[in-house]
Design a protein around this ligand. Structure first.
Ligand code: PEP
Ligand code: MG
Length: 535
């Protein structure tokens, strides 16, 4: 179907369903209206699309962040920054060091990485179109090669972040004007759903979009994303490079000051709603330049003293399997000042908000815990920081459940947690033993084609093992604490089928990127209706 038709047809379907159910003599119920509209139709009217269905598709990657984008190719974040036209940033993968370029690009295209990769997660958070893992694209110095066809930097590409299509040249984009019936439909959805919907938001701007879209709080603020712009990277690098306790303390103080401002912005936007702040999670080398680039520069004798220090740090922090290495709560055991600094920055922001009459509701979340002792120790430190600096402040401290072990020992973890949030990206990675950064652009296509897997488990939560682990974690957690609040903040929280499957496990909320909140509200309502009609 032509995408323009599908957009306008979806808009017409929404208008019709709402008018039939809102009529003084309704011919269908509100619930029937809600069931008539598929999340895909809602998505179609919320994003830009391409005009022509017959388009010359060069290659395909994963539709990682919906919407259409047209721009000139650039291959580095710095080129994106200096470009005067709209650009598509093409990278093998993105990392924190690319974020300034990603921000200014109209679309992002990567040749490696899946739906839970850095590029995909960041782009979805911003609502920026992205295609990831387009493995048929090779990147050279000043051009790319797609299936043998050379395309130079500066030439135009069109990407479709919904279908994953990559097209040479310009395809005209379309946008359906917002229709008031969407708000009516979503209000009906809110009346029937029993799952709360929160947002994965890291900045005040994202929080604003989330709130407009109906988020009932922030379920995941990835604090590492606050260090990703060019001005902030040197601050965190200073901490990584600190050669003495004194230098580390100084670097942590600078981090505290910058995080204080970030948290303040977030709490202002989300005033009166819960904001779950996850303490630093990624392996530290992610904040350093690529080690290969440093080694090449060293061979050319191009490293100054600071670069040499960076190279030493990159070697120090290099791991063969960084995603199962020194990250998450493990970092806090290695660098005890880190979580304390983040807690202090939060307390500073809470104090400011309270002083100006706001109602900050903060929850601190600890990532990647695997044992009761590990969680208890860090919780104790965070609590004593709170007691020392803001005695009596009431801040919930919870944990992510991201490993099969954490799900299995959820009864123990619940003793030290005020809430759980399932990180289904890591839980999927670790349940399958599939690298979330590599598998979708390596063998996932083959596995789907051969029927070895029925769905991409990073897109649609695996209903055979991962949801069972979630259910088990919910049951065991609530055996210890019957009222334990539990959410899901992996990317599945914005996928309609996953929402339905996860709702059945007994969780209280899902958290997803701000642009997906309307979809999640509809999907949660449909899940609730299906459950009541089945029973
Ligand atoms: C997850 O693992 O599902 C999660 C939300 O954390 P992150 O994607 O930041 O690892
Ligand atoms: Mg995780």
């Amino acid at each position: 179907m032509n995408p323009v038709e599908s957009q306008s047809e979806a808009a017409a379907a929404i208008k019709q369903a709402v008018s039939l159910a809102a009529d003084p003599n309704p011919t269908i119920s509100k619930q029937e209206a809600l069931l008539r509209i598929s999340p895909t139709q809602l998505e179609a009217v919320l994003h830009t699309g391409f005009e022509h269905s017959t388009r010359d598709v060069l290659t395909q990657g994963l539709g990682a962040s919906p919407g259409a984008a047209v721009g000139k190719i650039v291959l580095t974040a710095d080129e994106a920054m200096t470009a005067t036209d709209d650009v598509i940033l093409v990278r093998e993968e993105t990392s924190p060091a690319d974020v300034h370029g990603m921000q200014v690009a109209v679309g992002i295209l990567t040749t490696r990485g899946g739906l839970a990769s850095h590029a995909a997660v960041v782009a979805r958070g911003w609502g920026k179109p992205a295609v990831c893992g387009a493995e048929n694209i090779e990147i050279a110095d000043d051009h790319i090669v797609v299936n043998g066809e050379r395309i130079d930097v500066g030439e135009t590409l069109s990407i479709d972040g919904t279908s994953g299509d990559v097209i040479r040249g310009t395809v005209h984009t379309t946008h359906v004007e917002p229709i008031p019936e969407i708000a009516v439909l979503l209000q009906w959805a809110d009346e029937v759903r029993d799952l709360n919907i929160r947002a994965n938001a890291d900045t005040a701007d994202e929080a604003k979009v989330a709130r407009v879209n109906g988020a009932e709080g922030i379920g995941l603020c990835r604090t590492e994303h606050m260090f990703l712009d060019e001005q902030r990277l040197p601050i965190i690098r200073k901490m990584i490079l600190a050669a003495s306790a004194e230098q580390e303390t100084q670097a942590l103080q600078a981090l505290r000051d910058s995080q204080h401002k970030d948290f303040l912005g977030l709490l202002e936007e989300m005033d009166g709603l819960p904001v779950t702040v996850r303490l630093l999670d990624p392996p530290l080398h992610e904040f350093l330049p690529e080690i290969e680039d440093l080694i090449e520069a060293a061979a050319r004798n191009e490293l100054d003293q600071h670069d040499q220090d960076l190279l030493r740090a990159a070697r120090r922090w290099r791991e063969r399997n960084p995603m199962i290495g020194t990250r998450g709560v493990r970092l806090a055991w290695l660098k005890p000042g880190l979580y304390e600094m983040q807690t202090l920055a939060l307390l500073d922001a809470i104090a400011d908000r309270t002083a100006s009459g706001g109602t900050p509701l903060v929850e601190i979340m600890i990532p990647l815990t695997v044992s009761g002792e590990e969680l208890a120790g860090i919780r104790e430190r965070i609590q004593s920081t709170i007691e020392e600096h803001s005695p009596g402040a009431s801040i919930k401290i919870g944990t992510m459940i991201e490993t099969p072990r954490a799900a299995l020992v959820a009864d123990q973890l619940a003793q030290h947690a005020d809430f759980f949030s399932f990180g289904t990206n890591d839980l999927t990675q670790l349940t399958f033993g599939f690298s979330r950064d590599d598998i979708e652009s390596s063998i996932m296509g083959l596995y789907l084609e051969q029927g070895l897997l029925h769905n991409n488990p990073f897109q649609q939560v695996d209903s055979e093992a991962v949801t069972e682990l979630v259910q088990l974690g919910v049951e065991r957690g609530r055996n210890t604490k019957p009222d334990l609040p539990i959410g899901v903040c992996g990317e599945h929280g914005g996928d309609p089928t996953s929402i339905e499957l996860l709702a059945a496990t007994g969780i209280d909320y899902v958290s997803c990127s701000p642009p997906r909140i309307p979809i999640a509200r509809l999907a949660a309502a449909q899940a609730a209706i299906h459950r009541t009609t089945e029973n």
